[in-house]
Write a protein that binds this ligand. Structure first.
Ligand SMILES: [Fe+2]
Length: 405
């Protein structure tokens, strides 16, 4: 059986590529420091990685450790883990503004290897296990340069991961269902900012995976910004230790309102569904029962005269831990650009300081990456690890979304 890794070498053949691909030890062979020295000597003779067809700086994932564009790959333990996730059908790309989170690039950009074809769904089927490992490690994967031209292609790519779909019927914003698992993303005018949040963070069944697909990029702005939520928690610990200690001790009470009748009638509103529209009932008793079922941490519901309902959560810690990583779950800034629709206070009834909200907002901005969309991009987020936001953009920006369990 031929050495599988030989077929992983992308781009033009050269002696150095062949030498390196033949040298890389198979499977679980332990890599010694001597191996690394040999690898280094070989890699120094590798020709530059060719420019990708999508215009990004292509970065061959086969040689991630010593690539000149990969200064963040340091140390032998890292070599081990990256070796474990290399893939045949993909090469690693790069986007402007990408960051390092705990030493790993965020997001990781994947593009089709030269001989792999551009069918994302097929490649996902072939490399699913590696992609799972990459997602766990990098938190966010951006697939760029594949043949994803419509909702059907996007649907097939999502389906290939074989995660169970989640319906978006409980979304507080208007969504149009396009296929059984593909919806329009928020349909509020693209000029509207949507603040950082985990997707549907207050639901009893919070989606684990979130996909976006770019049908049409905004001619200006309209990026989807993403941030590692564990980094946000860590920075809050560092910069607001007293607030974080108090939150841990007495909890946070967070409340958020569904749209009022007036907001639902306003096409500019981001959160635009009333509780009646959301739940399909006018009966407050039945609505309260359903809202409490849908929102595990919801402690009470208040129906307001303007047609809105106020859902109160907690007191509880807004930080939760998933698989060893912490995440700031409560959208304390609200989903829309203003703070009027949300209220935060400590569990003992005292005010949550405005300064803490401002620091939280600054931390989000300092640590986020703006993903500047290209048509056909597919972005996969671990929704338990990553918050996302929508930057103001312009028509005809069109983004599709899909949620998975
Ligand atoms: Fe969202």
């Amino acid at each position: 059986m031929p050495n599988q890794r030989t077929s992983r070498v992308p781009g033009p053949s050269c002696m150095a590529h062949v030498a390196l691909s033949n040298w890389i030890p198979n499977g679980s062979n332990p890599i010694t420091s001597r191996d690394v020295r040999t690898y280094t000597q070989i890699s120094q003779n590798i020709s530059p990685v060719p420019k990708s067809k999508s215009g990004g700086r292509g970065r061959a994932s086969q040689f991630p450790i010593f690539s000149s564009t990969c200064s963040y790959f340091i140390g032998i333990p890292h070599i081990f883990s990256d070796e474990a996730t290399e893939m045949i059908g993909f090469i690693q790309g790069e986007i402007a503004g990408e960051k390092l989170v705990a030493g790993d690039v965020f997001p990781k950009t994947l593009m089709p290897a030269a001989a792999s074809g551009g069918d994302l769904a097929n490649l996902v089927l072939e490399e699913r296990e590696h992609l799972f490992a990459d997602l766990r490690r990098h938190r966010a994967l951006l697939f760029r340069g594949f043949d994803v031209s419509d909702a059907g292609d996007f649907h097939r790519a999502v389906e290939a991961f074989r995660w169970e779909a989640i319906e978006m019927k409980s979304s507080a914003s208007t969504r149009t269902k396009i296929t059984s698992r593909v919806y329009s993303a928020n349909e509020a005018p693209p000029e509207q900012l949507i603040n950082f949040h985990h997707e549907m963070p207050l639901m009893t069944e919070m989606p684990r995976m979130l996909f976006f697909c770019c049908g049409e990029p905004s001619p200006q702005g309209g990026e989807t910004a993403i941030v590692a939520s564990d980094v946000v928690v860590q920075r809050m610990d560092e910069r607001m230790p007293e607030v974080m200690a108090k939150v841990a001790e007495v909890g946070l009470v967070f409340s958020i309102k569904t749209a009022s009748d007036a907001e639902a009638a306003d096409s500019e509103t981001v959160v635009n569904r009333t509780w009646k529209s959301l739940l399909g009932t006018d009966d407050e008793t039945e609505a309260e029962k359903r809202l409490l079922e849908m929102h595990e941490s919801c402690s009470s519901v208040k129906f307001l005269s303007n047609g809105s309902a106020e859902l109160v959560f907690g007191p509880t810690n807004p930080v939760r831990e998933f698989s060893g990583r912490r995440a700031w779950i409560y959208p304390i800034l609200g989903f829309a650009g203003d703070r009027r629709s949300v209220k935060n206070e400590f569990g003992d009834g005292s005010d949550f300081p405005a300064e803490a909200l401002d620091v939280y907002r600054r931390i989000l901005e300092e640590n986020c990456v703006d993903v500047n969309w290209q048509k056909g991009d597919v972005l996969l987020l671990d929704n338990l690890a990553v918050q996302h936001a929508r930057r103001p953009g312009k028509p005809p920006r069109r983004i599709l979304a899909s949620l998975c369990k």
